[in-house]
Design a protein around this ligand. Structure first.
Ligand code: FES
Ligand code: FES
Length: 199
């Protein structure tokens, strides 16, 4: 029956049911399958943090503006705050906790993904709040084929904000793994000269 023919009290009850309906779904997170029941309105970010306790993925703006919640969905970077968990049915999600396993044999001696090691080597963080998102975004960038220049990389990482202003070091770290030589990295948006060369 078309719900518009129902009395308004019944219509609102139907609407409330739709909002609170619980869905059964499965997805893989960092290689582990999860069969879960979840209300349709829960975001992937809240699923990861509140239900699966993977708190490496950060909540910054919760509106798709800061990139702190970036994760990989089937290898592509997405903002976990902008997608509902139920939309990720059957998808392979990788969070910052899963990056070392993703690196496989390329993991460094201390078990870190090469990008994590590069971030440490270049001091590419201060408070570290944006770092999980920066790392996942950079892995996604590499999956997309990388960047040809540091400017290209800056542009394609521009959805990931860093309130501490660690941009020059982030550029150095990602460039090292992407194979771009950056001699002096200018702050994004500055008019300073950028010296770089391809390997
Ligand atoms: Fe998702 Fe800011 S928390 S983009
Ligand atoms: Fe603090 Fe980026 S290191 S926000």
């Amino acid at each position: 029956m078309n719900s518009s023919h129902l009395p308004s009290a019944v219509r609102s009850e139907h609407a409330a049911d739709a909002c609170t309906s619980v869905h059964s779904m499965h997805l893989r997170v960092n290689g582990q399958r999860h069969d879960i029941e979840i209300p349709s309105w829960v975001t992937l970010l809240d699923l990861l943090r509140e239900r699966l306790h993977l708190t490496g993925t950060k909540k910054g703006c919760d509106h798709g503006q800061c990139g702190a919640c970036t994760v990989l969905a089937d290898g592509q970077r997405i903002n976990a705050c902008l997608t509902l968990a139920v939309m990720q049915e059957g998808v392979d999600i990788t969070t910052v906790e899963g990056l070392p396993a993703l690196a496989g044999e390329e993991a460094s001696g201390n078990g870190l993904h090469p990008l994590q090691q590069a971030f440490m080597d270049h001091d590419a963080f201060q408070c570290g709040y944006c770092t999980p998102g920066q790392l996942c975004s950079a892995v996604g960038l590499l999956n997309e084929g990388g960047a040809r220049t540091a400017d290209d990389m800056r542009e394609r990482m521009s959805g990931n904000l860093c309130r501490c202003g660690a941009y020059p070091q982030i550029v150095q770290a990602v460039s090292q793994i992407a194979g771009i030589r950056v001699k002096s990295a200018a702050f994004p948006g500055s008019a300073g000269p950028l010296t770089e060369s391809q390997p």
